[in-house]
Design a protein around this ligand. Structure first.
Ligand code: 4NP
Length: 155
């Protein structure tokens, strides 16, 4: 039975949050803790609903042995604030958009994904969508660090 329900959220749900869904699942499974987590991802925007992750995200994750190809984008829904224990925003702008949607009682569930890495100067995962392949590698590096820190916190 999952004891933690996590929703990773970015803008389009085709780059950062699908990578976070895949990487966190991989890191949790590696630690023998996969069964304790229910993990999904969603976007605050609806442009890409129903689409698979960006091919650059699929390729970058595949180079690390992580398969994102079965994921499909969806938009954040009001029920998500009930259903999930933590709603983890990839950047401060996603966090602000989520807080606009959340009721007061659910607002504490909305957190910056990288907030468990307090020594980072900037706790945003930069949006790689308009850049090159290297932006996806950088985003994945941050997402791996953030996933390990989050896993360590969720005992
Ligand atoms: P993501 O990246 O939020 O990491 O999925 C984006 C993907 C698409 C768009 C923006 C960001 N877009 O504007 O279409």
């Amino acid at each position: 039975m999952p004891s933690h329900r996590l929703l990773f959220v970015c803008l389009g749900n085709i780059c950062r949050s699908p990578m976070a869904e895949g990487v966190f699942g991989h890191v949790a499974a590696e630690a023998g803790r996969g069964e304790y987590f229910h993990i999904e991802s969603a976007g605050t925007g609806s442009w890409h609903v129903g689409n698979p992750p960006d091919r650059r995200a699929i390729a970058a994750a595949a180079r690390r042995g992580i398969d994102l190809s079965g994921q499909r984008a969806r938009r954040v829904q009001t029920q998500d604030f009930e259903k999930f224990d933590f709603i983890l925003a990839m950047d401060a702008s996603n966090q602000a958009d989520l807080l606009d949607l959340a009721s007061e009682v659910h607002a504490p569930k909305v957190q910056l994904f990288l907030h468990n890495l307090p020594n980072l100067e900037n706790q945003d995962v930069p949006d790689p969508y308009y850049g090159g392949e290297e932006g996806f590698e950088e985003a994945l590096n941050l997402i791996e660090r953030g996933s390990r820190a989050l896993l360590a916190r969720l005992t």
